[in-house]
Design a binder for this molecule. Sequence first.
Ligand code: G6P
Length: 608
Amino acid sequence: MCGIVGYVGEKKAQDYLISGLKRLEYRGYDSAGIVTLDDEGKATLLRAKGKIANLEEKLARAKRDDHIGIGHTRWATHGEPSETNAHPHQAGSIYLVHNGIIENYKELKAQLKEFEFQSETDSEVLAALINSFYQNGQYPLVNAVVQALKLVKGTYGIAVVSEIEPKEMVVARSGSPLVIGVGHDETLIASDASALIGHTKRAIYLNDGEVAVIGKNSIEIKTLNAEPVSAKVEEIETNLAAIQKGGYDHFLLKEIMEQPESLIETLRGRVNLKEGMVHLGGPGLSEAELRKIKHLIIVGCGTAYHAGLLAGYYIEQFSPELTIETVIASEYRYRSAYIPENSVALIVSQSGETADTLACLREIKKQGVKTIGIVNAIGSTIAREVDGGTYVHVGPEISVASTKAFTSQVVAMVMFGLTIAQAKGVKGAMLRPYVEEIAHLPEEIRTVLDKVPDQVRKIAEKHAEYDHAIYLGRDTAYPTAMEGALKLKEVSYVDANAYAFGELKHGPLALIDDRFFEVVLLPKGALYEKAVSNIQEVLARGGHVVVVTNADRFDLPVEDVVKIESSAELFAPLLMNLVSQLLAYYITVCKGFNVDQPRNLAKSVTVE
Ligand code: G6P
């Protein structure tokens, strides 16, 4: 979703602004813009609809040596994607870029009668409001920004520059992330630390309700109530290689293929095979607190929600006294759900910035419930607001479709479940198989990824013309099927849905015809035979079935069988999910769509 960058220093601001915006491209956007100011305050404003390449074409005719500037990639919320609606927005002598949503923009706009609005955006209203307090530089820019923000309802991460004060920029946040990169004779800002990589490793994460005045060698942070804030400089751990394609055609493929390594990072120092135990330090719950837990609420959106569903299936297998409820954040935040005593909430988010998930976290905290983050992005808002947490440590995930984060989120949550079970005294013999399989999962993933891609590519080529797909599974293979269907629809635009196999007869069976193909995830185990009967029902109706299984023998006349050869049994669905991920990837490549940035979607959904 929208991205912000800003620069003040000795180098050419335009260079960082463009390269920074490119780094943020993965978040999803539909227009982009930058403004820079020369030493006298003369502005060069460039905006373009569509890709950053369009902005670069304009830039080729408007290169400047200016040392200060701000930039933005916009993902339309108020007003269509267009040059006029793109940021930066100008109001008098100020320019603003904004992430988030100004909820009361209509009322504010009604009060700004003098101003001639150019765009349909809520962000331009904020620019005009700041300008009305600025009075052409009669007051310091920061004062005007603070006065305006005090009237705003909604969420924002903003950066503002003024033609009258061309040595400094003002930034502020409430609900939308902003990171300040501390360099030598330069200060950079971004809505996501990945834009700063290669420029500086030192970052300050602004908190909600804070505003900062930034110069090339100065950063002054205050709250909106003018209380000074002493900034904590943190180290950015990510390196450049982690945000590059590393020889792959697409980030999606790279991220699928790096799962053996990313899962190793999730497990590092947390699994003790000898004892058959896991050790998680991050949640920060004492043994007594863990023993008391009776109910787990798992909250997430999209893939994180599916990870929560799947983890819930596992945790209940070895935690007889624990009830588990996995919920969609955008629903749960408005429900009047009763949270029983001794509950703990797991807040699952790759980005750590998803607006609905964050809102749930805050609601749940208000009720005095302990919150534990299962987060990837270090220093993100959710990571900072939860009571404790377990980072999944998969490194940056650039492709909009989430893959490696899913695998590690499931495993991290299962490890949290194991931590509770250990504290509750569940017998080691019950838990050991889970611990052992988890410890060996990276190798098992590697084996599958070494073996199946070619076969999956061929299956994708055969199925690339279908517009509809059904994913089917039972038990742990059901949430896994949901994730497979989501992957396919988000990148290939195939209308893909998942059903619990047992539900087939209650409706979806009516769909089966030549327009559909079916992907069946078929793990060995207690429900194997039942699922095989279900496949026969589909075949009898002329279904086009692809089976993914770890069974030793499977001889129904389906179109394709992808064999998962692995000693992992409990977690075989996670291995089958690799096939779903690859299938989505290759079908999309066959269709010729933008694999890493599907239309209409954003990586980090920071608005409701
Ligand atoms: C977006 C992404 C999905 C992701 C979901 C939740 O929709 O495109 O891939 O699963 O947000 O994101 P989070 O960062 O909270 O895990």
